[in-house]
Design a binder for this molecule. Sequence first.
Ligand SMILES: Cc1ncc(COP(=O)(O)O)c(C=O)c1O
Length: 389
Amino acid sequence: MLPSQRALFDIPSDVCFLNAASYSPLPLATLEAGKRAVTRKGRPWLIDNDFAQAQYQRARKAAAAVINADPADIALISSVGYGVATAGKIVPVPRGARVVVLHDDHSSPVLEWLTRARDGAFAVETVRPDADHDWTSAILSAIERPGAAPLALVSISSVHWADGAVLDMAAIAGAVRRQGAAFLIDATQGAGVIALDVRALDPDFVVFPTYKWLIGPYGRAFLYVARRHQNGIPLEQTSYGRRAVRAEQDIYFTDTDYVNDARRFDMGERDHFISMEMAAIGMEMMVQWGCRAVAERVGCLTARLAEGLHREGVSFPDASMRAPHILCLSFGAAGVPKGLVDRLAAEKIYVAQRLGRLRLSPHVYNDRNDVDRFLAAFNRIMPEYEGLP
Ligand SMILES: Cc1ncc(COP(=O)(O)O)c(C=O)c1O
């Protein structure tokens, strides 16, 4: 099994960080690259001409490897919301049609469609599972529901950020295709840990940032755009999204056309080289370990957490429904006991509270010791709440 990678990070031994689903720490190599990159910008005259291209290529290649894409199909963007807005500009949702999203999904794959729905006269249908957390079955029934309005788009996360459930992307992609609709995958909580192969799935868009599971910085995200959409108009109009159509000395924008691949969707100011290299390093590390090894390691940690969590009133999705790296605890109608997250943080145990659940999300730097520390603290603190009205 992949051993703990803690030594590659700047994590003090008394810190138990179980919150990668919010934001992961950066590897030491990334911190070093960031420092070098800041210094480089202090003396920009030393930056040579090929540097920029090498940076874009490296980041595009690393992001492509995460989802088995061709680097030419990857755009360099700033956030998941940016990617979804790009898709919103490319994919028309016909009047009277519907867009399917997940109940309580993160705002980024949802709000773009909600804000367009009224003017566009289409419906946004929110899907929620039964109590068993089987989101895949719920989505499949919504997609195939007889008599429903025509399906234009399914815009969903591959792993639910607040419930930790994993969705079967292959089954959903097949169903979406059978309806002739488009499929946008927000892979924020899955990319790097759960295999996602765009060559096999053929989605329309896949978008993911680096600052969580891909152990990178904020402000760097990547958008896969299927070739059939690469003739769309980008969100921002950039000079580098264009190419000259006439080979003359003075080329004006009226003499240009868009480049022929996903580079046309690159964000403005993509030359933010400090974070570009930092993003590439984390993705390269994750790809080198491989999804299978990472998932196996974190899966053992969440399984150990689950085994130690037999408390009345505390529940979590069955192992067959949840992602290997995120365990979300529910506490019944009352929600997460007030102050629990802060009590744990006071002991340097870091977890998150999301939509009434306690979210535990270990990564490659965590080990059994972290799990046992959390369990000991949780089982010591919880009885204090259990007697409370
Ligand atoms: C599922 C999901 N999508 C997207 C994001 C972040 O989106 P953005 O990059 O637009 O801020 C998060 C952050 O928690 C998330 O959990």
